[in-house]
Design a binder for this molecule. Structure first.
Ligand code: MN
Ligand code: MN
Length: 291
């Protein structure tokens, strides 16, 4: 592991988060917010580790604006983005209430406090089920439910979801936390506490580099390998590079099994969802890289 690059990726994410907090307002264009975040990351010397997720209300995750997106910020907005420095990643998220609602604020507090309590508990060799238990108890203590089928995750070089999963509930399994890089990300809702797959997100990941006949698709595939490797990317980025003809190329690559497209994740009872996330380096000491 390259600790220096991991810390830098975290520091950039932290600076970007403070930059975003100032300009995110109700009715701001999601497309503009995403582009400002992604330009700031580059300005600070990093690259996006995945497309900026800007998910509103019952969409828990995996909404990224399309190249011509007209959606405006509203409700509970979850701002989730990541930075990488030569493949070493950070992943952070926070939620904002854009309708001045006590209920929203309470839900946001639930996920934030759960994240804080979980981080305080972290050390090498604790049971990941106990981390989940703390998250669960904190969220339930705020009168909400943790989203049980979303979880934190280990991260490795050019790999956002590697190895170990950090649950948001007690699982009772005998799995211990080892040294490594982890994203801890509690989600809270007043509804069912579960998500299901929604519409296609326009967020993709390379899964197979096998050859494809179409010229445009082939160019996209080559660009994806060079520019994103195994990290997620989105149709908006590809359209920026190749124009809208790339949308057909992406479809061909998905159909042929070169790319996986992620679905949006929607709360099953259509209740609003809040999220808080930090990246934590677990070693002889615990370092929250994105704080
Ligand atoms: Mn995230
Ligand atoms: Mn994450």
């Amino acid at each position: 592991m390259n600790t220096e690059k991991i810390l830098l990726a975290g520091k950039i994410a932290s600076q970007v988060r403070e930059f975003v907090r100032v300009f995110v307002k109700k009715d701001a264009s999601l497309l503009e917010i995403a582009e400002k975040i992604e330009s700031k990351i580059i300005e600070l010397g990093g690259k996006s580790a995945f497309p900026t997720n800007l998910s509103i209300n019952e969409i828990a995750a995996h909404y990224t604006p399309s190249h011509d997106d007209k959606t405006l910020a509203s409700g509970i907005l979850k701002i989730d983005f990541g930075v990488h420095v030569d493949g070493w990643v950070s992943d952070t998220a926070f939620s904002v209430d854009l309708e001045d609602s006590e209920e929203n604020k309470k839900l946001i507090q639930a996920s934030e406090k759960a994240l804080e309590n979980a981080i305080e508990f972290l050390e090498e060799d604790v049971l990941v089920s106990d981390v989940g238990k703390i998250i669960q108890e904190t969220i339930v203590g705020h009168g909400a439910s943790p989203v049980i089928n979303l979880s934190g995750h280990e991260m490795k070089k050019y790999d956002l979801h590697a190895g170990l999963t950090i649950p948001n509930v007690e699982t009772g399994k005998n799995i211990v936390l080892k040294k490594g890089l982890y994203a801890i990300e509690p989600f809270a809702s007043f509804g069912s506490g579960k998500v299901r797959d929604g519409k296609p997100s326009g967020i993709y990941m390379l899964i197979d580099t096998k050859n494809i006949r179409s010229q445009t698709a082939r160019e996209i595939l080559k660009y994806v390998q060079e520019e994103y490797s195994t990290l997620p990317f989105c149709s908006r980025w590809i359209v920026k590079k190749f124009g809208t003809k790339a949308l057909f190329g992406l479809r061909q690559l998905e159909e042929q099994g070169n790319l996986h497209q992620f679905p949006q994740l929607v709360e099953t009872s259509h209740s609003k969802v809040s999220q808080a996330e930090h990246t934590v380096l677990v070693g002889d000491e615990i370092i929250v890289t994105t704080r």
